[in-house]
Design a protein around this ligand. Structure first.
Ligand SMILES: *Cc1c(COP(=O)(O)O)cnc(C)c1O
Length: 382
C-alpha cells in the first residue's frame, strides 16, 4: 500500500541531536546559558527586542496575557478557529472570552467585526495567524487603539512568516509562539513570548519562575542577606530546559530553509489542485508571506461530504486532520453558556476544512503521491 504521510511532523537531524547531547554532558540541564542563547537567537531572527522562552506555547500564552495586564473582569476578543489554549489561557487569569468571526478567505480574526464587539472591559485582542498566514495586523491594531485595547498575537503557526515585509514577532505588542513538534521549529515542548516592550518581557520572565525575583532593585528587603529572594506575583514553574533550548537554537538555524520548503509544497498543491472545483484552496493575501504551517482545503459542495472525503483520505494513508473545531463547540465552553451559531463564517470554515500533509521533510515523491491520493479521494467521494 501507500506510505503513510502525517499532516505535519518535526525534522530533527544529527546536528540537532549533537546539540542536545552536548547539553546532557554539561553542568546545566534546566534553564541556564542555553536558554539565554536560544532567546538571543529568537530575538535575532524575528527582530523582536526581547524573547522569553517557556515550556509550552500554552504557558507562553498564559505568561503573555499576564504580562499584558489581563485580570479578572477583563475580556479578550479572539477567534473560535483556533486551538482551545488561545482562549483557555485567558480563563486561567479569571478573564472572559468573546469570540468574533473570521475572514472567509484566511480564516483569521476579522478586524471589521471587532469594533462592535468591544466594550470598556475589552483588554486584549488576540488574533491567531491561522495556518501560518499572518492576520491583518494594521487593521487589528487600528481597531484596538480605538477601543483602548492591545493586540497580542497567537503566532503558534507563523514563526518565519511576514506581513507587509515585517516579520512575525514584531506585529503586535507581544507575540506567543510554540515549539510543539508540528510547529515551524521544535523544542519537543516549548514556547516563547516575543515583545519590544522590556517591561512586558520582565513580567513574562517573572511569571515563568513563580513570580519570584532576585533583582536587588526590586526587593523590598534587600538587606536581609545574600540568600534573600521575594515572590511578588502568583507565577508558575514554566521554565524551558537547557536541553530543549539547545534543540531550539539548532532548529532555528534551519527556519528559513523549513519555511522555503513549506512554500514550495504549498505551491505544488495549489498548482495541482487549482482545477478541482470540489475544493477551495487556501489563499495568500498581497503583502503576506505565509509560513504554510497548514495547507487547509475546504470542500465546496455539500459540507456533509467532508466526512466521507476525510475518511477516504485516511484510508489512502494521508494523516489528514481538521483545524479547528470552533473552540465554543467544546462541552466545556458550552457549559460556560456559549452557543453554536455565533460565528457562522468560522463554523462553515470548520465544516468544510481538511488539512493535507505539509512538512519540510516531505520529498517531491511524497508531494506528488499526496496530490494523487487527494485527487483520487475527490473523484470517489465529492
Ligand atoms: C499549538 C498551539 C498552541 C499551544 O501550543 P503548545 O506548545 O502545544 O502548548 C496555541 N495556539 C495555537 C493556535 C496552536 O496551534
Amino acid at each position: 500500500m501507500h506510505n503513510f504521510l502525517p499532516y505535519g511532523r518535526q525534522w530533527v537531524d544529527e546536528e540537532d541531536i549533537e546539540a542536545v547531547t552536548a547539553i546532557l554532558r554539561s553542568d546545566f540541564l534546566t534553564t541556564g546559558p542555553a536558554v539565554d542563547k536560544f532567546e538571543a537567537e529568537l530575538s535575532r531572527v524575528t527582530g523582536a527586542g526581547n524573547a522569553v522562552a517557556l515550556n509550552s506555547g500554552t504557558s507562553a500564552l498564559h505568561a503573555m496575557y499576564f504580562a499584558a495586564g489581563l485580570q479578572p473582569g477583563d475580556e479578550i476578543i479572539t477567534t473560535p478557529l483556533t486551538f482551545a489554549a488561545t482562549a483557555n489561557a485567558a480563563l486561567y487569569l479569571g478573564a472572559t472570552v468573546k469570540f468574533v468571526d473570521v475572514e472567509p478567505d484566511t480564516g483569521n480574526l476579522d478586524a471589521a467585526l471587532i469594533r462592535e464587539a468591544t466594550n470598556e472591559r475589552t483588554k486584549l485582542i488576540v488574533p491567531v495567524d491561522f495556518a501560518g498566514h499572518p492576520a491583518d495586523y494594521d487593521s487589528l491594531n487600528e481597531v484596538a487603539n480605538a477601543a483602548g485595547a492591545t493586540v497580542v498575537a497567537d503566532a503558534a503557526h507563523s514563526l518565519g512568516a511576514t506581513y507587509q515585509g515585517r516579520p512575525v514577532g514584531t506585529l503586535a505588542a507581544a507575540t506567543e509562539i510554540s515549539f510543539h513538534p508540528v510547529k515551524p521549529v521544535t523544542t519537543a515542548e516549548g514556547g516563547a513570548v516575543l515583545t519590544d516592550d522590556p517591561k512586558l518581557a520582565a513580567r513574562a520572565r517573572l511569571f515563568r519562575t513563580h513570580g519570584i525575583t532576585r533583582d536587588a532593585a526590586e526587593l523590598t528587603a534587600p538587606d536581609e542577606g545574600p540568600w534573600w529572594y521575594e515572590q511578588h506575583h502568583l507565577g508558575f514553574n514554566y521554565r524551558l530546559t537547557d536541553v530543549q533550548a539547545a534543540l531550539g537554537t539548532s532548529q532555528i538555524s534551519k527556519l528559513g530553509r523549513f519555511i522555503k520548503r513549506r512554500q514550495e509544497i504549498a505551491k505544488q498543491y495549489s498548482a495541482a489542485l487549482s482545477d478541482v472545483p470540489q475544493l477551495l484552496l487556501p489563499t495568500e493575501r498581497a503583502g503576506v508571506e505565509s509560513g504554510w504551517h497548514l495547507y487547509v482545503v475546504r470542500v465546496t459542495g455539500e459540507p456533509g461530504r467532508r466526512r466521507t472525503f476525510f475518511e477516504r483520505l485516511r484510508e489512502l494513508g494521508l494523516g489528514v486532520q481538521v483545524h479547528y473545531i470552533p473552540v465554543y463547540y467544546h462541552p466545556y465552553y458550552q457549559g460556560l453558556g456559549f452557543k453554536r451559531g455565533s460565528c457562522p463564517v468560522a463554523e462553515d470554515f470548520y465544516a468544510r476544512a481538511v488539512s493535507l500533509p505539509i512538512y519540510p521533510q516531505m520529498s517531491d515523491d511524497d508531494i506528488s503521491s499526496s496530490i494523487d491520493r487527494v485527487k483520487r479521494a475527490v473523484k470517489e467521494t465529492l
